[in-house]
Write a protein that binds this ligand. Structure first.
Ligand SMILES: [Zn+2]
Length: 63
């Protein structure tokens, strides 16, 4: 569940903070790095063949 600040609208006249289920942008997700042995931030990069891979920002391990 994530909290979302919303302006008043047709669907929600009062606005405020609503709780909603949803996906958080991938950049905010902590991934567990088996090499660092803890949750870590990830970066994305593209391999030569166009494959998108996740990279640990701490040790540069690809997932
Ligand atoms: Zn790592």
């Amino acid at each position: 569940m994530i909290s979302k600040h919303v302006k008043p609208s047709m669907a929600n006249r009062e606005g405020g903070i609503i709780k909603t289920e949803g996906t958080i942008h991938a950049s905010n997700v902590m991934l567990y790095c088996t090499k660092c042995n803890k949750a870590t931030r990830v970066a994305y990069k593209f391999l030569e063949d166009g494959t998108k891979v996740r990279v640990c920002k701490k040790c540069n391990e690809t997932f």
